[in-house]
Design a protein around this ligand. Structure first.
Ligand code: NAD
Length: 477
């Protein structure tokens, strides 16, 4: 049966007022598998009115009740994991095991923020005279507009949604048109848990039309965007013009420094898993490998051995490691970047092209000795491509790691405590993970610096960007 993804506005699943839809395509088969309602201004106006009603209800709901409902939503998500995962694989392409992992991780994120919502503390500031109470209290910022991409259909939403509603905000989510089904299932889990109608609203449409309408709208207080740096800068500019709070989770080009004393086999094995996860369509994907010259050949041999095990196919086939790219438009971009690197002298060690079959499949690719002038050394590939280069002095590796305007994630491998400490201190990135892939747990910071954005979507700071401080100073007389 063809899928029909509707909008969710004011507690009701509905078609767009105009009746317009977009096609939903399975990237592994290129078949149209359903349609998605396409919101326009009339639908957005309804969502805004609903969110205003929702804010009134939800911000007046005790934090403990919000916590109970969110915990229930997390458990519903867990119960439905098998059904949701297959839907995600069919729309996004990732292997079923990764889709299940993402859904279960989503439940953990909901749990984390539900609990954080119970710890929204204010302050009492000592007063200068008796009888005066100076209370600094935290209030929800208001209605949030969230814009999320297609690479992690649930994860990208659940961090924004959970933080927002744990804080007492209502929200309008502009979910990804390419992968709308699993986000709708996420919202369904919250609704079935009993979150009041109108607190959460879900729309799809033309991204720029929706952001251009919602961001300046007086009812919106805060925006949160995950996507490319170029779009992020546009939206942050619009938010700035209209004095809206903003969280920006943008692109990256993660360096991986492998020191001479690293366990080469372990580092190569772990980094291959991490590189080809979700076909490299991950903002923290390891990309620029900087390997000490004395272990360069050994690392390359180990990396290739592991990368050759990355079988590619339909994510519903349990034996495969990597699915298709989520969108056809990425293929010419990857081909251009590879051709440019080869023309400038890089060596192609593995893959390098689209796989000749139905679906948006691309070979796991390894390039070595990639000149710094190659576009791919500066432009985020957002695909299954690893760039291997050597270094002699650790200071040179650090300089290369810090060369780009991006500053999202960085990886390093070394057995030396001194080098680990140096790298942790000197690499300019929002997240540095050393000797393991330790990123993206709900309880730790997730966010970038420089052109990779600002704000945090994990850990104890994340809820703060959905809260504002109010001073109430009162005198008894
Ligand atoms: P894109 O820049 O066209 O879109 C990226 C995301 O932003 C999409 O979800 C899109 O719907 C949304 N978007 C685009 N214009 C928008 C607007 N005016 N208002 C609101 N939302 C808007 O790129 P793409 O082809 O979808 O993806 C490729 C690039 O996007 C990658 O190179 C990568 O840098 C970036 N990206 C990053 C993440 C991430 O997790 N940080 C996720 C997906 C894509």
């Amino acid at each position: 049966m063809a899928i029909n993804v509707q909008l969710f506005i004011d507690g009701k699943w509905c078609n767009a007022k105009s009746g317009k839809t977009l096609d939903l395509i399975n990237p592994a088969t290129e078949e149209v598998i359903g349609k998605i309602a396409h919101a326009e201004q009339a639908d957005l106006d309804l969502a805004l009115q609903a969110a205003a009603k929702g804010l009134n209800i939800w911000s007046n709901t005790p934090a403990f009740e919000r916590y109970l409902l969110m915990k229930k939503a997390a458990n519903i998500l867990r119960e439905r994991v098998d059904d949701i995962a297959i839907k995600m694989t069919n729309e996004q392409g990732k292997p079923l095991a990764q889709a299940k992992g993402e859904t279960l991780a989503g439940a953990e994120v909901i749990d984390w923020f539900a609990e954080e919502g119970r710890r929204i503390y204010g302050q009492i500031v000592p007063a200068r005279e008796l009888g005066v109470l100076q209370l600094q209290v935290k209030e929800p910022v208001g209605i949030v507009a969230a814009f999320t991409p297609w690479n992690f259909p649930i994860n990208q939403i659940v961090r924004k949604l959970s933080a927002a509603i744990a804080a007492g905000c209502s929200i309008i989510i502009k979910a990804p048109e390419e992968t709308p089904v699993s986000p709708a299932e996420l919202i369904r889990a919250f609704i079935d848990a009993g979150i009041p109608a109108s607190v959460i609203n879900l729309v799809y449409g033309i991204p720029s039309e929706i952001s251009n309408y919602l961001i300046p709208h007086p009812l919106i207080s805060k925006i949160s965007f995950t996507g490319s740096t170029s779009v992020g800068k546009l939206l942050a500019g619009l938010a700035g013009q209209h004095m809206k709070l903003a969280t920006m989770e943008l692109g990256g080009h993660a360096p991986v420094i492998v020191c001479e004393d690293a366990d080469v086999g372990y580092a190569a094995k772990e980094m291959v898993i991490c590189k080809y996860l979700n076909a490299g369509q991950v903002c923290v994907s390891p990309t620029r490998f900087l390997i000490h010259t004395n272990i360069y050949d050994e690392f390359i041999a180990n990396f290739l051995k592991e990368a050759r095990k990355v079988t590619v196919g339909n994510g519903t086939d349990k034996s495969i490691v990597m699915g298709p790219l989520a969108n056809e438009r990425r293929i010419p971009v990857l081909e251009r970047l590879i051709q440019d690197a080869l023309a400038k002298g890089a060596r192609l060690l593995l893959g390098g092209k689209r796989i000749d079959r139905q679906g948006y499949f691309f070979e796991p690719t390894v390039l070595a000795d990639v000149p710094i002038t190659a576009d791919i050394m500066s432009e985020e590939p957002f695909g299954p491509i690893a760039l291997l280069n050597s270094f002699e002095k650790i200071d040179d590796a650090i300089a290369e790691a810090n060369r780009l305007p991006y500053g999202l994630a960085a990886y390093a491998y070394t057995k030396s405590l001194a080098k680990a400490t140096l790298l942790g201190q000197k690499i300019k990135a929002g997240m540095v993970t050393i000797n393991h892939d330790g990123l993206a747990l709900p309880e730790i910071h997730f966010g970038g610096i420089k052109d990779s954005g600002y704000g945090s979507e994990g850990g104890c700071e994340a809820i703060n960007s959905y809260l504002q401080t109010k001073l109430v100073t009162q005198k008894a007389y």
